[in-house]
Design a protein. Structure first.
Length: 256
C-alpha cells in the first residue's frame, strides 16, 4: 500500500541537492517527487534564482505543487500557470554602499561584476550602471577563490550584518538580501499558505542553513558542508545518488 504523504511539505534547494553536475536532474528524483505528490505530498523549491527560472528549467518534468521560494528567500510565487506574486521582500537602505565598498576594496578579488536582482532578472552592475526607481532584491558577488569570498562576507557582515542577510551560496558566491528575506521565512510562509502540518527542508550549502532552521525536519544531503550536517536532523544520499528519492523513501520510517 502506498504511503499517505498528506500534510507533508518538502522544500528543496536546487543546485547539488535536487540536481548534480551542470544542473542535471535524475529521472529517479523526478519519479520519486511524482510519487510523493500523487500520494498527497506537497513539493516545491527554494532557490536563489529569479522566480520563473525553476519552472522554465525543471517543471515539467518535475512536479511542483506548492508555492515556490525564489531570489534566496526574497520572493514567493504561486506554482500555478499565473505565477502570482504571493509575497516579496526587496532590499532596503543604502545597498549601493555595499557595491561601492566591494568595488573599492576588493575588485581585484572578483571574477566578474556584481549582479543585482530585479524581480524577474539580474543586471550587471558595471561602471555605467544607473539605478532605476524600482525594487531590487539581491546582490550576487562572485570571487576567484573561496578564501576571498570568506574575506568579503566577513567584512560585509561586520559593517552591514544588522541591515542585510549575507551568506555564501557556494564557495565563491556571496548573496546579499533584506535581513528579513531568507529561506527560513520562505519555508514558514509556504507552510502557512498550504496548510501543511510538517515542513521538511533539504539542502547542501551555507545559504541552506536558514532553510533547515525554518523547517520542522532538517535534512542535509551527503555532500553538504559540515556546518549544515551539524544542524540537520537527518542526512540522506549524495546529490549524485538521487537524494530526493532517498528522502522520500525514508519519510515513512521517520514519521511512522
Amino acid at each position: 500500500m502506498a504511503y499517505d504523504y498528506s500534510g507533508i511539505l518538502i522544500v528543496s534547494d536546487v543546485d547539488e541537492t535536487l540536481t548534480y553536475y551542470e544542473s542535471k536532474m535524475s529521472d529517479e528524483n523526478v519519479k520519486a517527487v511524482d510519487y510523493f505528490t500523487k500520494n498527497g505530498g506537497l513539493f516545491t523549491l527554494a532557490t536563489g534564482r529569479p522566480p520563473l527560472y525553476p519552472f522554465k528549467l525543471y517543471s515539467p518534468p518535475l512536479t511542483i505543487n506548492a508555492p515556490l521560494c525564489a531570489i534566496g528567500g526574497a520572493a514567493i510565487i504561486s506554482h500555478t500557470e499565473e505565477h502570482e506574486v504571493l509575497w516579496d521582500c526587496p532590499m532596503e537602505g543604502n545597498y549601493a554602499e555595499i557595491i561601492d565598498r566591494v568595488y573599492r576594496k576588493y575588485r581585484n578579488l572578483l571574477n566578474r561584476n556584481i549582479l543585482i536582482n530585479r524581480f524577474y532578472d539580474q543586471q550587471d552592475v558595471g561602471d555605467d550602471f544607473v539605478f532605476e526607481d524600482i525594487p531590487y532584491y539581491k546582490l550576487s558577488i562572485r570571487t576567484n577563490e573561496p578564501k576571498e569570498a570568506e574575506i568579503i562576507v566577513d567584512d560585509l557582515k561586520k559593517h552591514y550584518g544588522d541591515q542585510y542577510y549575507l551568506c555564501r551560496s557556494w564557495d565563491t558566491g556571496i548573496e546579499v538580501t533584506n535581513i528579513k528575506a531568507r529561506k527560513s521565512v520562505g519555508v514558514e510562509k509556504i507552510k502557512e499558505m498550504t496548510g501543511a502540518k510538517i515542513a521538511i527542508g533539504i539542502g547542501n550549502y551555507e545559504n541552506d542553513i536558514a532553510l533547515l532552521e525554518g523547517a520542522d525536519i532538517a535534512v542535509a544531503v551527503d555532500n553538504a558542508i559540515p556546518e549544515l550536517k551539524k544542524i540537520a536532523d537527518y542526512t540522506v544520499a549524495h546529490c549524485q545518488d538521487h537524494a530526493l528519492k532517498d528522502l522520500i523513501e525514508k519519510i515513512p520510517h521517520w514519521l511512522g
